[in-house]
Design a protein around this ligand. Structure first.
Ligand SMILES: [Zn+2]
Length: 95
């Protein structure tokens, strides 16, 4: 069995290359060839699709945090009103 036949097709990225492109994509614009090869890779590679989802999630979380920093909205989703009131009280009585 000839496992080296893959090498002839440069369009097929290796996972480590695909992952690098995915993380590059968060910092710079990929060129057409890179996007095309990445898409092709994601079409058949489940592991890298999962990596992409994780990166998407992190990017969204970072955006959300950025928005909060800009708007000064420090309300934390998931923090109950009760817990918030308790924090507020302890801040008021801090001095
Ligand atoms: Zn892959």
């Amino acid at each position: 069995m000839d496992t080296s036949s893959h090498r002839r097709f440069k369009v097929f990225l290796r996972c480590e290359h695909a992952e690098r492109l995915l993380s590059d994509a968060t910092e710079r614009k990929l060129c057409r060839a890179e996007i095309w090869r990445l898409r092709l890779h994601l079409a058949y590679c489940r592991a890298c699709r999962r990596v992409r989802r994780q990166l998407d999630f992190l990017r969204r979380a970072a955006h959300q945090l950025n928005d909060q920093l800009e708007t000064g909205d420090w309300s934390v989703p998931g923090l109950s009103d009760e817990a918030r009131a308790r924090i507020k009280r302890s801040l008021e009585h801090a001095d």
